[in-house]
Design a protein around this ligand. Structure first.
Ligand code: ADP
Ligand code: MG
Length: 567
């Protein structure tokens, strides 16, 4: 650790010199109020910014070891401190200090979800902040005075504004921790109660717009109200009791007229795998942590997936037990997505008719008559959905307004009417009896057991430097653009960055063609939980811009890399 005097001497000596001179600052310094690590120095003012870490003494806040003992407390606290920093920074305002990114201070800005983040790391002694800064320049010349002001005035000011004990909102922190713990406990308790999802009474599900994750204005939004027959009550660790609609394991069908809130409800269920912040409206929308949104995604690559339970005897005798393609159709992509999700450990499938392949979902009596089974490769999902639950324990929640065939296979039918759910299970049974479906069930053989597949590093080992998160939701792998827009439960850019870093890490460590994909992704996530993001970072220090994905999204990303070899 170098002294402030040395730091200043070095920096002042660089004034007016070519920008690359900043490289001399790489190192660790004791700057009075905090310790600064300069881990990576940008090569010019327009290049990706300089990566630093600032270590502040925990005395600043005096959080007690008790407050941050468990992993859950730690995640909630680090998330909260990141939010404090982001709002302090937005108040400080952007100070530009010269050309390019000169003078910019960049920290992660969390959205509506509380997640494990690399932006702040707390230990019993320190608060470590990971951020990026644009070192100031005039053209391509160093502006040492401005750099000094940034590091010795702006940053301390920012840290003081965010973390100073005298102004810190301890009440809000403790309520965020409590909320996070309650949400985790509620999620864990779902399984014991035979539930897949829970939607709290009064929840605001609707969002402000199609491109915003913020809640719709209270004046416009219809708060959620559970039907009496589906209401469950939960007692949480904080002592709080919460009631809401429970969606049971099995097959649940959400019906209702167009524009009555079906997709909005399903979206809230999808997002319920995460914990939302106070004020989001979905604080008590809690879903089984392994629930996966499934959709059709034509054009995607599929590698060696057994989709024979859904698609069989393709034209020209093409195999579907180890199905591979660089250009899947709607139905083959959706079948593959289901099988891959179960392989990765999914406990529930979430589907919305808006994004499903119709021919995969249903095949009615008339079509069965017109196109004989031998000429139709697809076994519609309606004929497998019960089997998935009965044989594999995988539940399905399905939005479907257009086909009554699903009424026969549903355990529960929820009708959305003017944004209010009604329990239509009994009504649906009556309708099913009155109007029996004349179609034939098309299943002749049971689903094959789900097979583990093994990623092999051969094409990717020399691309490690070139696995990068670019524009969300696209991943770069070498020259390839991997479109991850079908990963609808990937919530932010930080997860995409973490996915890129975790892929590099796994390729470097344990992907060797013998480890199943599910193990690869679960081990990767466990690595971060046990040893932090710094342990997967291939560079010195740690970027402050990672958020933790689920192992499921990580696996879904692996599955979409075209150059990956699967055994
Ligand atoms: P569906 O899938 O049934 O066609 P959507 O879920 O897409 O309907 O919702 C239709 C519109 O209604 C959307 O613009 C959505 O924002 C709005 N909306 C959904 N739920 C609510 C609610 N609870 N209160 C107010 N508006 C809502
Ligand atoms: Mg819809």
């Amino acid at each position: 650790m170098e002294s402030q005097a040395l730091f200043l001497r070095t920096l002042r000596g660089l004034d007016g010199k070519p920008y690359s001179g900043y490289k001399a600052l790489k190192g660790e310094y004791h700057l009075g109020f905090y310790n600064l690590s300069v881990d990576y120095v940008q090569s010019d003012p327009f290049a990706p910014p300089t990566r630093i870490r600032a270590k502040l003494p925990m005395d600043l806040l005096q959080l007690s070891a008790n407050d941050i003992r468990s992993l859950e407390q730690k995640i909630a606290t680090e998330d909260f401190l990141t939010r404090r920093l982001a709002s302090a920074l937005s108040e400080l305002g952007a100070k530009r200090r010269g050309s390019g990114r000169s003078g910019s201070i960049l920290i992660a800005v969390p959205g509506q979800v509380m997640l494990g983040r690399s932006s702040v790391l707390i230990t019993t002694e320190t608060i470590e902040v990971r951020m990026s800064i644009g070192l100031p320049a005039n053209g391509r010349r160093i502006r040492a005075k401005d750099a000094e002001a940034m590091l010795l005035e702006d940053l301390p000011y920012l840290f003081d504004a965010a973390f100073s004990r005298s102004t810190f909102p301890f009440g809000e922190l403790f309520s965020q921790i409590q909320l996070y713990i309650d949400q985790c406990a509620l999620r864990k308790s779902l399984t014991d109660s035979g539930l897949i999802a829970f939607i709290g009474e009064g929840a605001i599900l609707a969002r402000r717009s199609g491109v915003s994750d913020l809640p719709m204005d209270e004046a416009m939004a219809v708060p959620f109200k559970s039907p009496d027959s589906l209401r469950v009550v939960k007692k949480l660790p904080s002592g709080r009791t919460i009631s809401g609609m429970g969606i049971k394991q099995g097959v649940t069908v959400i019906v209702g007229g167009g524009f009555h809130g079906k997709s909005t409800l399903l979206h809230a269920i999808e997002q319920g795998v995460y914990n939302h912040v106070e004020g989001d409206g979905r604080e008590w929308c809690i879903t089984d942590s392994q629930a996966v949104k499934i959709r059709a995604e034509d054009g995607r690559r599929v590698s060696r997936v057994d989709i024979s339970g859904f698609i069989n005897h393709l034209p020209r005798g093409r195999s579907t037990t180890t199905f591979s393609t660089q250009d899947a159709s709607g139905s083959t992509s959706q079948s593959a997505a289901i099988v891959e999700a179960i392989e990765l450990g999914a406990t529930a499938l979430l589907m919305d008719e808006d994004t499903c392949a119709t021919n995969f979902m249903i095949r009615d009596a008339r079509m069965q008559k017109l196109i004989v089974k031998e000429k139709e490769p697809i076994t519609p999902f309606v004929d497998r959905v019960r089997e998935l639950y009965d044989q594999l324990g995988v539940s399905t929640i399905l939005v479907i307004g257009g086909s009554g065939d699903y009424l026969d296979v549903a355990n529960v039918v929820i009708d959305m009417d003017e944004y209010r759910p009604y329990d239509f299970t009994e009504k649906a049974k009556i309708v099913s009896k009155q109007l029996p479906v004349s179609r034939q069930k098309e299943v002749t053989v049971p689903l094959n057991p789900i097979r583990a597949r093994h990623p092999h590093p051969q094409n990717l080992r020399n691309q490690l430097e070139r696995i990068e998160a670019k524009a969300f939701p696209t991943l770069h792998v070498g020259d390839e653009f991997v479109d991850l827009s079908a990963l609808e439960q990937m919530v932010d850019e930080g997860q995409l960055r973490a996915i890129a870093a975790l892929m590099r890490y796994a390729l470097n460590t344990y992907v060797d063609g013998s480890v199943p994909l599910r193990t690869v992704v679960e081990k990767s996530i466990q690595q971060v939980l046990n040893h932090g993001f710094e342990s997967i970072s291939s560079n010195e220090g740690c970027s402050g811009f990672y958020t933790l994905p689920r192992s499921l999204e990580l696996g879904m990303a692996w599955n979409r890399v075209r150059s990956l070899t699967i055994r």
